[in-house]
Write a protein that binds this ligand. Structure first.
Ligand code: NAP
Ligand code: GLV
Length: 306
């Protein structure tokens, strides 16, 4: 069996070594134009040529959860696209969101400022009932985030395409459920995939529906946020601020107004990083399942867009 590795922004050598060790019967190599045709691909943002030269691929394993970059390419219909299914990202996503939420809720930024001025002053803690958290996307990562937030006794709302029933989460779904979901939430967390339906979804109209003093945590994809609308709503005081991990342009350009905005916290797309050993364990188990004709989780539905 041949496995072709083609991952942008990823050091190839450790992946090639570890994939080789996990799949001892396979020939694992770094793809380059003209390379021998493979059975499976392990990919992250590959060029179109990777798929043009390899219409025979049985499956391409994306070493991330989001497949937006992959779905912009032409891929033979017979090549299954498989995304990472948690693989250690759920715990990271839950940590990131709980950290951002609690930092905001407990006013830790204010205590950091006080420290710089040697000020010893305590502030009242709001009741948690005043901080309902709305999670957009209740898939592999969103559901994990919702459960983690609920563990801290915040009221949790969730929104997805199809109806859900998750303990401790008030679930809304579909376009018809969006307005009520937003109105019931003060902190909004996006864990949605990037699709034509979610592009620009976080705009003046939707963000204004959040309760006054709302807060945005975006760990999904930057194209979901209309950045000027977010800045305007923060500057007008309807939103208290935002914690952003993803941006329309990455890396975030040096002159971007988010960098120096006092109410916007920024991280460089690290909310949930791909973990090599968990990912390789998952990919090798899925290759074994596909070879044996068994179904695998995480198959991408190209029509749906995720
Ligand atoms: P997933 O399992 O496919 O879940 C996606 C969720 O979004 C599902 O609940 C789905 O609803 C919902 N959804 C999709 N389109 C919708 C729409 N138009 N309206 C309402 N709900 C919609 O994906 P995941 O593994 O949780 O990952 C989510 C995203 O996180 C990825 O696509 C990626 O962009 C992002 N991500 C970011 C990082 C980071 O470091 N910042 C790391 C990993 C992933 P249904 O349940 O009804 O299908
Ligand atoms: C990272 O952003 C991912 O989609 O896994």
């Amino acid at each position: 069996m041949r496995i072709s590795f083609c991952c942008t922004d990823t050091p190839a050598e450790p992946w090639l070594n570890d994939l080789g060790a996990a799949l001892p019967g396979a020939e694992v190599s770094l793809w380059q134009p003209g390379a021998a045709a493979a059975d499976y691909g392990v990919v992250w943002m590959p060029p179109q040529a990777f798929f043009d030269e390899q219409p025979q691929l049985r499956a391409a394993f994306n070493i991330g959860a989001g497949v937006d970059a992959l779905l912009r390419l032409n891929v033979a219909p017979s090549t299954r696209l498989v995304r990472l299914d948690d693989a250690g990202m759920g715990a990271q996503m839950a940590e990131y969101v709980c950290h951002a939420l609690i930092r905001h809720y407990r006013g830790f930024d204010r205590y950091d400022q006080q420290k710089s001025q040697a000020v010893w002053e305590q502030h009242e803690v709001l009741p948690r009932s005043a901080m309902p958290v709305g999670i957009m996307g209740l898939g592999v990562l969103g559901e994990r985030v919702a459960r983690a937030v609920a563990q801290f006794d915040f009221p949790v709302n969730g929104w997805s395409r199809s109806a859900k029933d998750i303990p401790c989460v008030r679930c809304f779904h579909g376009e018809q459920g969006l307005s009520d979901f937003l109105a019931a939430s003060k902190v909004l967390v996006s864990v949605l995939p990037s699709t034509p339906q979610t592009r620009d979804l976080l705009n003046r109209g939707t963000l204004s529906r959040l309760q006054k003093g709302g807060y945005l945590i975006n760990v999904a994809r930057g194209v979901q946020v209309v950045e000027e609308d977010l800045l305007a709503l923060i500057d007008e005081g309807h939103l208290a601020g935002a914690a952003l991990d993803v941006f329309r342009t990455e890396p975030l350009p040096p002159m971007h107004p988010f960098w120096n905005h006092p109410r916007i916290r920024i991280t460089p797309h690290i909310a949930a990083l791909t973990l090599r050993s968990e990912s390789i364990a998952q990919i090798s188990a899925k290759i074994a399942a596909l070879e044996a004709g068994r179904p695998v989780a995480g198959l991408v539905d190209r029509q749906r867009g995720y």
